[in-house]
Write a protein that binds this ligand. Sequence first.
Ligand SMILES: O=P(O)(O)OC[C@H]1O[C@H](O[C@H]2O[C@H](CO)[C@@H](O)[C@H](O)[C@H]2O)[C@H](O)[C@@H](O)[C@@H]1O
Length: 358
Amino acid sequence: MISEIQIFKILQAMGLQGSHSSKRKLQPISKAKNDENGSAHSLVPPDSIISDIESYTPWKFEHPSALDSFERMMKAAKGKKIAVFLDYDGTLSPIVDDPDKAFMSDEMRAAVREVAKYFPTAIVSGRSREKVKQFVQLSNVYYAGSHGMDIKAPPRPVKSSDGKYHTISPGIKGNEVAFQPAKKFLPAIQEIITELEEETKKIQGASVEDNRFCVSVHFRQVRDEDYSILQEKVKSVLKNYPEFHLSEGKKVMEIRPSIEWDKGHALEYLLETLGLSNSSDVLPLYIGDDRTDEDAFKVIKSRGRGFPIIVSSTPKDTKASYSLKDPSEVLTFLSRLARWRKSSSSTRQHSQIWGINS
Ligand SMILES: O=P(O)(O)OC[C@H]1O[C@H](O[C@H]2O[C@H](CO)[C@@H](O)[C@H](O)[C@H]2O)[C@H](O)[C@@H](O)[C@@H]1O
């Protein structure tokens, strides 16, 4: 893999790029033709480099690789605190046909464990909190399930009669409480699940996933010609539940209570409970691949500091500032992040700060 800098140098040599500016739009580059003798023009780099340049679209300049930008990002983070937020499906685990088999690799688990030794770390997923915890199997991270509608974290700092805030030390075991802003919808959600299961049971490949405070209807394995029937059935069930709405993710329809709470709110909530919300020294780093992660990217953007990173191998509309191609690049990034921090501090200092087990 060639770096961003190398690509700029090549582009400059080819007369296609004037200066290093992430805002500047590049014209699409087409592969130069061989000359009459069949030999490539002297300015044309080898095929492997050409294909890297071709994939370096204007989108990639606006959302540079977090791996290529690592040194720059860490320079900006020097002396500041990074708080890490990670989506699960498509970020820590690859997208697979069967949602029950979206396992995380041992290498990824080890990398997240290592990151969480040095930085406060939370997994923010559309899955139920219990389910994502079963997949991740780490005790030194916080979990937010149901797109942030089910968070287990230290209690919010409380203001006492003397007007002072009392912050509870983050992460001390047994001190965590569940925050569940959509609790009153639980009975309706169970009714919706029963009705959806009944309505969709004849559609081959469709499945309904109980994510506790939200529901997923999967269609990855549904034939294309059956999709609109499935969609109609889901919509007809939802007609009786006006307090819920439907959105679409990666080959999945997601049904959620219409409350003002999403992954962005979950990020803010976690920062607050961890005592990290008011400091200009805190840089939230969020890695996610799906539309629901955009709410968290937006929050980081509006805070004006932090690292919103999208996982995508193709250009897409996003509020993220950086990109990683796939979960294998996420693994490389997280390992580098932990190594970077390890080389600048000792584990002992960290566990004293965060007080959580690994
Ligand atoms: O917020 P996330 O953790 O990314 O959860 C979003 C949805 O992820 C899961 O579905 C996706 O991954 C499955 C396994 O790879 C795949 O089969 C499915 O097509 C994807 O949409 C999860 O099963 C859903 O409930 C989540 O809503």
